[in-house]
Design a protein around this ligand. Structure first.
Ligand SMILES: Nc1ncnc2c1ncn2[C@@H]1O[C@H](COP(=O)(O)OP(=O)(O)OP(=O)(O)O)[C@@H](O)[C@H]1O
Ligand SMILES: [Mg+2]
Length: 356
């Protein structure tokens, strides 16, 4: 949802591809301000100018019914996703030096049939001929276990807190067989909710302390500041930003502790999903041997602490590049498909299969 990330399979291993200048992640922002649509960091840098013609977080609405979403756009989500996919396709083709018309695209495990179909439509519009959907938790676990031994019997919890989706998956390994035991999640819960908590906090402070009202134009700038503050608080105890934009020569500050306090309602929503997933199994949290933390949201110390408290007996693993992990897993899966592609059928949906 937040950024696109692609890996390819080459003779000497899988590799992440630069798709936004020299960056290996492309912010999923699309602007229609110019004649040709633009995407990536360029759009974020000019968000204020392009606010009325920019679309982001499109994965949140793709494949949903019109009455399920609030949308103010003339384009279908599929068309916007297609622009991102088309851009990415072109970059990979430049990187590989050949035409690529078959790809593995990862989707949240909670994606329903409509959302999967819409993803296929987007890929079609982008020019892909054959597309395999793979569930993100499965992709992440492939990347994790590809060069690690799989213990003979254990329970793994995969916790993926992305930009807009929370995906929980319990895998059970018995006699080296890997099975999805239960999965649950919320397709409307992610890093964006933590941004919104900060947004509302600063919006209130600005109004109360300085009588400043955030309007449509300044909204996006404040939102981007909130994302920066959230990221800074993952490594610092305090973060601040200047409010020169509002002609005031001061800084607004927030400590990590204060941020964690105002995020309690979001953590409670996560807790509810834990209750839900465990109610589907005969397992209890102490039965979990390993917790795999995926998604940018897991960089927040409060999330790591939250998981340590709930799974004190488990071994916790958090990858430095969680987005990369899902893409790398997808590339390994593509090599698995290529090696088994004697009967390749167009438009396969692998998102329901457990391949290990
Ligand atoms: N250092 C950090 N501290 C806190 N949050 C972070 C940090 N780095 C990234 N994030 C947040 O992680 C989220 C993006 O995570 P990720 O890249 O895994 O999402 P995604 O895969 O694009 O989204 P989704 O899984 O919902 O489709 C964003 O909300 C981003 O602000
Ligand atoms: Mg993700």
């Amino acid at each position: 949802m937040t950024r696109c990330c692609v890996a390819v399979n080459r003779t000497n291993g899988t590799e992440l591809v630069a798709i936004d200048g020299s960056e290996r992640q492309l912010p999923s922002y699309v602007s229609f301000k110019e004649k040709d649509p633009m995407c990536g960091q360029l759009v974020i840098n000019q968000l204020e100018l392009y606010a009325n013609s920019t679309v982001f977080d499109i994965k949140q609405i793709i494949g949903r019914n019109f009455n399920e979403i609030q949308i103010n756009s003339e384009k279908h989500p599929e068309e916007i996703s297609a622009i991102l996919l088309k851009h990415v396709k072109q970059k990979i083709e430049e990187f590989q030096g050949s035409k690529i018309d078959e790809a593995v695209i990862t989707v949240p495990s909670g994606f329903n049939q409509n959302q999967k179909i819409a993803t296929h439509v987007a890929a079609d519009l982008a020019g892909f001929k054959t597309v395999h959907l793979l569930k993100e938790p499965i992709a992440a676990s492939i990347a994790y276990f590809v060069d690690r031994p799989i213990p003979s019997s254990f329970n793994l919890l995969l916790f993926d807190l992305g930009g807009g989706t929370l995906d929980l998956c319990i895998f059970k390994v018995e006699k080296n067989k890997f099975k999805v035991f239960a999965n649950d999640g919320d397709s409307n819960l992610g890093g964006r909710d933590f941004d919104m908590v900060l947004f509302q906090h600063f919006e209130k402070t600005l109004e109360k302390r300085y009588k400043i009202i955030i309007n449509e134009k300044s909204k996006y700038r404040l939102m981007l500041k909130c994302v920066e503050i959230k990221h800074a608080l993952s490594s610092e105890n305090e973060a601040s930003f200047d409010i020169e934009d509002y002609k005031i020569d001061e800084f607004l500050r927030i400590t990590r502790h204060e941020f964690e306090q105002i995020c309690v309602p979001v953590l409670n929503r996560i807790q509810d999903i834990f209750i839900q997933i465990f109610s589907k199994t005969e397992l209890t949290p102490v039965d979990i041997n390993k917790v795999l933390l995926i998604g940018g949201g897991c960089q927040m110390p409060m999330i790591q602490l939250f998981l340590h408290k709930r799974f004190p007996k488990a071994d916790h693993f958090c990858d430095e590049s969680p987005d990369g992990m899902v893409a790398i897993g997808a590339a390994y899966y593509s090599s698995f498909l290529m090696n088994n592609s004697s009967n390749s059928v167009s438009k396969k949906d692998s998102s329901n299969c457990s391949i290990m």
